[in-house]
Design a protein around this ligand. Sequence first.
Ligand code: ADP
Ligand code: MG
Length: 686
Amino acid sequence: MQPRVLIETIKERCRVCYTCVRECPAKAIRIVTGQAQVVPERCIGCGNCVHVCSQRAKQVLSSVESVDARLLAARTDSAVKVAAIVAPSFPGEFPTCDYTQVVGMIRALGFTHVCEVAFGADLVADRYRRLLAENTNNRYVATSCPSVVAYVERYSPDLVPNLAPIVSPMIAMARVLKRMHGDDIGIVFLGPCIAKKAEAESGNVAGDVDDVLTFLELRQMLQDRGITAESASPGEFDPPHAGLGALFPISRGLLQAAEIQEDLVSGRVICAEGRTRFVEAVREFEAGDTEASLLEVLCCEGCIMGAGMSDDQPLFRRRASVSRFVRLRAATLDPRVWKAEMDRYAGLDLSRKFEAMDQRWPVPLAADEFGEIMAMMGKFRPEDELNCGACGYDTCREHAIAIFKGLAESEMCLPYTIEQLRKTVRELAVSNDQLASAQVALIQSEKLASMGQLAAGIAHEVNNPLGVVIMFAHLLLEEYPADTKIGNDLRMIVDQADRCKKIVAGLLHFARQNKVTAARVHLPGLIDDVLRAHPLPPNVEVRIDHDKADLVAEVDHDQIVQVLTNLINNAVAAMPNGGRLTLRAAAVDGTVRISVNDTGVGITKENMERLFQPFFTTKPIGMGTGLGLAISYGIVKMHHGDIEATSNADPAVGPTGTTFTVTLPRRRAYDGEPEKGAPRGNRAAD
Ligand code: ADP
Ligand code: MG
């Protein structure tokens, strides 16, 4: 049978802080896709996870609806009886009320009987006293706390034969009431404990109690019906009344009720409570480290700190409320009546059986599996195991086992996650930088593209009238000899018109309106041709530094000569006092890269952005047109290549100088065939 899901996670609320993982004594919380879920077969119902969740993301299975239905049936049919059996911790839940008010409120809900579980506790205490007296050689673990029982069955199954074979006070009281009123009476337990919901359905006690309502659920029902301590008429518990059993919910209450106090001194009885101490006590008891013949353990700090109680009262105030109630009852209790009731139920079957449901983890893991999991968390050496506990497990090893079992994830390791985050931040910073420079380049090339369109438009419009001007000026020149005044003026017109023609041609180049006539060209040879045709000043030293690789590319020879001529002229112009010019050709991934480096004055940051714009020049009027780089840019783009500049103009930063790099594909893309990765559309505009 699938175990019932006692506690569920409200997904929207869980912030995955691992507090529940840390606080769960059974390690029954699984983290899957960033959600903390309770694993039903491992859960012992202690409710620690409910307690510690600051987001109130853990929801306890509600019995309100079922109890409501039961009470409705009792209201409509007088033959139906429903008894509330109230756990002895109730004064801790209602510290400001008189107990008669609490009874009154419960009755007002429609319960036909309201009884004390504490009488069941009296019977159970008596059975413990007898069990220990009759089996002096046996060792027992007390079984009043359902979470402890569930823990032993799952995590210390070898101790199952040592579980005291006695029912809990809840079951004892249910059996008393069934004996009194017949098996048909509905029984609802009201108490502080979530695990009781599972106990009511387990093993050979299933069916004795019909519903388990926590005090929190009880409060909700009272509130829904507007029942308050003031509005309800006070009432008395129905018999049988309890004695010292009312002390059960505080630690060592069982021992007091069973009058086995003195054994504490002799070490025959060991008491422990709370989520860590109870686990340790069970382990030590199992290991045989103690002589004790009875281990009385409570999973909470006494039932009065149960997860089904409101959490607004501190421990000792709750204890005081319970003790006060016990004193009050003791003063009014008629011991003879109590004794008679005890005798009446002396023969009641209060035996209980338990079964092992082993949920232990196989330790140790195989070395390679273990190493693999640790490596997932960046742990390779023993020093890497920090055992910081941030994941919710005490040690890295326990965490690794939980990962192996599918209960945990490697992301839960905080040091690992922080390291991963740091790495991601570093990577993000790098790609951010790359993105920023790509963006700058994009803006730049968009600017150049729109300039190109404008330039092409103007050039086309000017080209035809200019041709007419030149043609007619030449015709007139033939009629007027050069040495006449008109002849001189005409020569001036022709010269200036020719200059305009060159500019227009340059603009057309920039706008990529010309054709590329490509052929296989050996680039080092081409560079030699350029140098031969343009002798450099004697104060400029030239260095050639080509790759050994095959430096052939399909390019338009004359156009690339023009590009290199422009670059070399600019480099020389930047070194008026001489310097070094380095020319380098290299093969890189299907491209050929030619760089022209000078040790000149460099280019300032502001000018870098404008380099390729037509008519941008820093040279004096008449010395430069500002078209050299614009034309080179156009030519390189027509070849589906790239041209870039890096430069330093500040001697404080380092040696000044500039490098222009031209990258050309080895194989020319056919006309009309878009460049790989290039957007389709206006090719001229890039
Ligand atoms: P121009 O040479 O007619 O000025 P360019 O387009 O060839 O036009 O160059 C534009 C401007 O770029 C130059 O005026 C100069 O300021 C700058 N420039 C180009 N190459 C270099 C270089 N190697 N060193 C320094 N400045 C350069
Ligand atoms: Mg130039």
